[in-house]
Design a protein around this ligand. Sequence first.
Ligand SMILES: [Fe+2]
Length: 280
Amino acid sequence: MLANVQPEVAGVGLGYRMHLHDQILSARQSIDFLEAISDQFIYATPDRIERLQAALSVYPIVPHSLSMSVGTAEEVDAEYLRRNANFVQSVNAPWYSDHLCMTRVDELDLGSLTPLWFTDELVEIVIRNVNRIKETVPGRPFLLENITYYVSMPRSTMTESEFVTKVIEGADCGLLLDVNNVYVNAQNQGYDPYEFLKRIPLDRVIQAHIAGYEHGEKVLVDTHSSPVSHEVWDLLEFVCRNSPLRAVSLERDSNFPEFSEMIEELNHARKVLQRCGRYP
Ligand SMILES: [Fe+2]
């Protein structure tokens, strides 16, 4: 089903951020892989490519893209897919991923990960797009990531867990489970995150994201700007015990702490994987 996952990529990873380049390169003993945002490299200038190649010589790279827009009714941008496929192959990625959302309507770039209505029509659109994406990189698993949303989606005819399940199983793809997103959505939408996890195909989880949220006026906001909360650590452990999870990566995008604090969080994630017998 999800064949050809290269066994050498497993453990704990960090989202590659250009300004952390030197620190990342000197922390090989604490980081098992890097997750690179594809969009920053597939149209990149030579200096960026050079930096990535330096990282590549030290770390396995897992590409994570932002702009496939699997929920857009029109076909996925063929040129973007072609460049993404080249990137995936050039870094010899074990798998690659994008988000279960839309970022484009017709020619309009929405500029953010926009949630989808939980309907059968959207399930069909996403499955069609994922099948097209999978054709561009044969033999390497494609993963979709669950996103956060801050209003209850109008027109929906099913729950979020039903929608995620129908899409992931219908498209026969893997799940990149953002555990922080599960917690943030559960708090904001008023459901039990553990019940949500029991209802989605955890048997398809290959990678997990961890990150920190912030308290907005009325909701929790997925900002990637604070430490991972203890609730998210507990959820990660549950996922780890109930899925074939093999890789956990930390996402941090603002309010950066000392680099050593991020390494501490990776050490914490490593211990979770070890307790579940999932650390190589
Ligand atoms: Fe994420």
